[in-house]
Design a protein around this ligand. Structure first.
Ligand SMILES: [Zn+2]
Length: 379
């Protein structure tokens, strides 16, 4: 494999976004760079042959098709000028959003500034691995149990959630306006991992909620596009479990899709995989913290995770296969069934755990796990 033309930038993007695709590999930047005759602070690019580009999923518009294209000359000097705006979102033109542009450039600075890459077109064989993720600080925000009268708490209560518990046990927070987050995604769910020095935050997801109107459903036709969940760029959702720290050591672990499911099922027992993709890293974590010590696993994905369509045939087959191997290797494993449109987040806690008891009974493992079933009590 050939080396990217700008390895420092490429590696920084890998570290922040996970997957990076390269287009027009090895092709140099051929456009001319001049000072704007009307504004000496501005740069004019003549010609549009920008050569090698790095493509990532745009975090601003929730794009999943690698539509944010970053030139290999971003944050490098050409003709003495620092090139800071060589990126473009072909999905929603998010680069025209000044807050997003500023944030994106700021985020890359610490990686790129230090390396000062010599931009040569020769190929080098070694590709360095991206470094391990670093802890992050959360945007300015307040835990929900300190904001009992906030509209977002009223909304959560109307959905059957308990915002006080969410604040206290999961550190769910509300952020006042801040430039790290999209305008309407400010209900923050931090992702903590335990360390000898105490909990370390590795990122967060933020849920859509409009405090002015109480609207909680994003408008997909809005520009810039509104997304239900905003994931902090760089959070490795395939490698982390939401709420793993809190649920570790529980004799029954419930695997759900998202943070709101975890809050409803119970923070002492539930984790989330940030979607329907149960990765091999997730499975390793589950085994290490629960399976190995004899816990039972309850797979509680939404109904549509199991319904085969033309698009997801392979994913559903993989999930079924995973369930079979969980049943073979764990002390207990069951899958919960939800009616279409239902999920753990919409099921009251007591009903949820009664469902678990029922499935465990069907699987012949209820006797073993009944004494440790929470909320439903022992018969
Ligand atoms: Zn975008």
């Amino acid at each position: 494999m050939s080396r990217p033309l700008n390895p420092a930038l490429y590696d920084a993007l890998r570290q922040i976004f996970g997957e990076v695709r390269i287009s027009r590999e090895g092709e140099p930047f051929r456009a001319a760079v001049r000072t704007d005759p009307l504004d000496a602070k501005k740069v004019v690019i003549v010609g549009d042959d920008r050569g090698e580009n790095y493509e990532v999923c745009c975090p601003q518009c929730g794009d999943r098709r690698f539509r944010l294209s970053v030139s290999h000359r971003l944050n490098t000097r050409m003709n003495g000028r620092l090139m800071t705006h060589l990126f473009q979102c072909f999905n929603e033109h998010c680069e025209t959003n000044p807050a997003f542009s500023r944030r994106f450039i700021e985020q890359l600075k610490p990686y790129v500034r230090r390396s000062n890459p010599a931009l040569v077109t020769t190929t080098v064989s070694a590709v360095s691995k991206p470094a391990e993720m670093t802890p992050v600080s959360l945007p300015d925000s307040t835990a929900l149990h300190h904001l009992p009268d906030h509209p977002v708490c009223a909304y959560l209560r109307s959905r059957g959630q308990d915002p006080e518990e969410m604040g206290q046990l999961l550190d769910v927070r509300w952020a006042e306006r801040c430039y790290e987050l999209p305008e309407l995604n400010r209900l923050i769910f931090p992702v903590y991992v335990s360390s000898p020095a105490g909990p370390v935050c590795y990122g967060y997801q933020a849920r859509f909620f409009d405090e002015q109107t109480g609207r909680y459903k994003p408008d997909r036709s809005a520009v810039p596009r509104e997304v239900k969940w905003y994931t902090m760029p760089g959070l490795r959702t395939g490698k982390r479990l939401y709420n793993g720290m809190q649920a570790a050591g529980s004799p029954i672990v419930v695997v759900t899709e998202g943070p709101l499911d975890v809050a409803r099922v119970g923070p002492s027992h539930a984790v989330a995989t940030f979607g329907k993709n149960l990765t091999s890293s997730h499975l390793r974590l589950l085994w290490k913290h629960w399976g190995k010590v004899g816990a039972a696993v309850v797979l509680a994905y939404d109904a549509d995770a199991w319904i085969v369509t033309k698009k997801n045939e392979r994913e559903v087959a993989k999930l079924n296969q995973t369930l079979v191997s969980l049943k073979e290797t764990w002390a207990g494993a069951v899958r919960l069934r939800f009616a279409k449109g239902q999920d753990p987040g919409s099921t009251p806690r007591l009903s949820f755990w009664k469902k678990v008891a029922l499935e465990m009974d069907r699987a012949g493992i209820l006797d073993k796990f009944e004494p440790v079933l929470p909320y439903v009590g022992t018969r």
